[in-house]
Design a protein around this ligand. Sequence first.
Ligand SMILES: *[C@@H]1O[C@H](CO)[C@@H](O)[C@H](O)[C@H]1NC(C)=O
Length: 383
Amino acid sequence: MMRLSRSIVLVVVLVSGAGGMVSAVARSMGVSMVAPRALAHMALTSLAWRPDGHSFWRWDGSPVPGGSRVHYLAAGPEDGRPLVLVHGFGASWFHWRFNVPALAQRGYRVYAVDLLGFGLSDKPLTQYTAQLWAAQLADFATHVVAPRAPCKAAIAGNSLGGFASLAAAVVAPEFIEGVALLNAAGQFASPRAADADPGALADAGVLAAWMAETRARASELARRMVLFGSFQLTKQPARIRQVLTSVYARNASNVDDELVQSIAAPAEDPNAAEIFYRIVSRNALEPSTTIDALLARLDPALQLLLLWGEHDPWIRPAAADKIIALRPSAVRVSVDAGHCPHDEAPAQVNDALVAWLEQLPGAKLIPPPEPIVVSARWPPPAL
Ligand SMILES: *[C@@H]1O[C@H](CO)[C@@H](O)[C@H](O)[C@H]1NC(C)=O
């Protein structure tokens, strides 16, 4: 009851505030490739935001006729051991700005990919489910990563991207030997046990809870109006900054104009509001799978790292506890950060990732006799 009324108040605040906020963020970012940005104490290099992106791959296995354009950034030696990085809800390749250069420098072939519906990838009006992103990532691993890779890949995902990475590892164990979850989203079969916010997607977390709670009473149209209204606010740069500051729980100094812009720009796509609605409502009302179900189907040999910002207001540490309980072989590394540890505490996360990557077996890829097309049949099998 408490939670219900709190959620409704929040939604009302979100919607009523929607008209009033005005963007104050200058859109002045250039197209420079890598802006060396030496942070005094850790000498971390950062990527620069590029509105026109880096590389594009046509995903023929997409449910969209004619395929979909997928944006990614590749860095590091081409024959390096492969690592795929997957952003969370509303974010993009750019959220790995402090990780890509450091990991590439350590010899890894790093791919930061934009999930369908986000960043600079296509934003078709399709069903956004774990299956969709799993198929995208599995095909990406097959067609972009594997052909040059000396061994199987590791994949690391934050929030929604963690959930998608786990699903991809279930679909494509022949290409993926390790998964690192950074404050992964996703529902558990018994959510109360984990004390995790089932939505866990920015404002979408609150909205998802509200959607689930009003399921019986509010019409589809009413829910749609609330979500569209709140999206108009959620995508305002001032609001993005405010939300990020609240989830960079220990140190918000990396919440800067460039990060805000990297989230605000893709939200200007004409389909962005509808996609926001579809993801949030699907997540709240009929999640396509649970973390429990994915863990149960994970290859026993696959290595799982939980790289967890322990001060995440959205996805509580209890979610990591629950994953460990379900998969006792998983390794947990705690980070003194909130929901996006890779950008809030990049040096800590880079070190932990490298330590984990170094001990992965580096299993050889066995070249298949025929090219594998993971998503040749659509829809893919249920997860
Ligand atoms: C906060 O993060 C910034 C950038 O990573 C860093 O320069 C600063 O030292 C950090 N502050 C604290 C108190 O850790």
